[in-house]
Ligand binder design. Structure first.
Ligand SMILES: Nc1ncnc2c1ncn2[C@@H]1O[C@H](COP(=O)(O)OP(=O)(O)OP(=O)(O)O)[C@@H](O)[C@H]1O
Length: 240
C-alpha cells in the first residue's frame, strides 16, 4: 500500500480575480481520517475541489493515489460528497443507488451494504424528496461509498445531523479507514476535530497547522480545540 494517498505541494488557486489558496503543502497518510477545519470561506471546498480534480486555475502539484489530480484513471477510485445532495429527488434511495451502481459498474449487491452503512434501511424505498436534509445527505454519502473507493472526500458530511447520527457516521469513517480507505472530512465544527487522526487547520487560504488533535492541544496549552485554533491564529499574527 502506498504511504500517502494525497500529496499537495505549494498549491495555489485563483478564483475569480482573487488568489484563495496561497501555497498549501500537506500529505494525507493512507488509511487515516483527516479533518479539514477552518471558518467559512477559508478555502476548504476549494482545496477539496483541487484534490478531486474539479477546480480550475490550480498551480503547484496535487498527487492523488499516485496520479495527478483529475487523471481519468482516478474515476471510481475516489468518492466525493459535496455540501449539496447529489442524488435524484424523484427516485427512491434504492433506485438512486442501483442507478449509480450501474453507472460505476459496481455489483448491485453493494447497494444493500451502503444503505446499511449510512443507516437508511428503514427509508430505502422512500423518494429522496420526502426525506429530511440529514437523510438526503446520507443518501449522497451512500452513493459515494459504492464500490469501496480508496479515497473519500467529504465536504461537511455531518451538517444538520443529530448527535447520535454524527457519532455513528464518525464510527463508520473509522471503520472505512481501518479497512484501508483514506478519508478527508471538512467541518467548521471544532468539536468534531477530536474524532480525527490528523487535523489540517486552515484560515484565509493558508494552513495554520497539520498535526494530531492531541499535539495541537498540547502545543496551544489547552483542552479546547476552539481555543487551540484561536491561540494558533494569535501566534501567527504575532509572528508577522
Ligand atoms: N465561484 C467562485 N468565484 C470566485 N470566488 C469564489 C467562488 N467560490 C468561492 N469563492 C471564494 O473562494 C474563497 C474560498 O471559498 P470556499 O468555498 O473554498 O470556502 P469554504 O472554507 O469551503 O467555506 P464554507 O465553510 O462556507 O463552505 C471564498 O473567499 C469565496 O468567496
Amino acid at each position: 500500500m502506498m504511504k500517502n494517498a494525497v500529496e499537495c505541494r505549494d498549491v495555489v488557486v485563483i478564483r475569480g480575480d482573487r488568489e484563495v489558496l496561497h501555497g498549501v503543502d500537506f500529505d494525507l497518510r493512507a488509511g487515516s481520517v483527516t479533518g479539514l477545519l477552518g471558518p467559512s470561506g477559508c478555502g476548504k471546498t476549494t482545496l477539496i475541489r483541487a484534490i478531486v480534480g474539479l477546480q480550475a486555475k490550480v498551480t503547484g502539484d496535487v498527487q492523488v493515489l499516485g496520479l495527478p489530480a483529475g487523471a481519468a484513471k482516478l474515476r471510481g477510485r475516489i468518492g466525493y460528497v459535496t455540501q449539496e445532495p447529489s442524488v435524484y429527488f424523484d427516485l427512491t434511495v434504492t433506485e438512486n443507488l442501483r442507478f449509480f451502481a450501474a453507472v460505476l459498474g459496481v455489483d448491485s449487491a453493494d447497494v444493500d451494504r451502503v444503505i446499511d452503512a449510512v443507516d437508511l434501511r428503514s427509508h430505502a424505498h422512500e423518494r429522496v424528496d420526502r426525506l429530511s436534509g440529514g437523510q438526503q445527505s446520507r443518501a449522497s454519502l451512500a452513493a459515494a461509498l459504492l464500490g469501496d473507493p480508496e479515497l473519500l472526500v467529504l465536504d461537511e458530511p455531518t451538517v444538520g445531523l443529530d448527535p447520535v447520527l454524527r457519532r455513528d457516521l464518525w464510527e463508520l469513517f473509522h471503520r472505512l479507514a481501518e479497512a484501508g480507505a483514506t478519508l478527508l472530512v471538512s467541518s467548521h465544527v471544532m468539536d468534531e476535530a477530536s474524532r480525527c487522526d490528523r487535523l489540517l487547520l486552515m484560515r484565509d487560504g493558508v494552513l495554520l497547522a497539520d498535526d494530531s488533535p492531541q499535539a495541537l492541544l498540547d502545543s496551544a496549552g489547552t483542552v479546547d480545540m476552539e481555543q487551540a485554533f484561536l491561540t494558533l491564529i494569535d501566534r501567527k499574527a504575532g509572528a508577522r
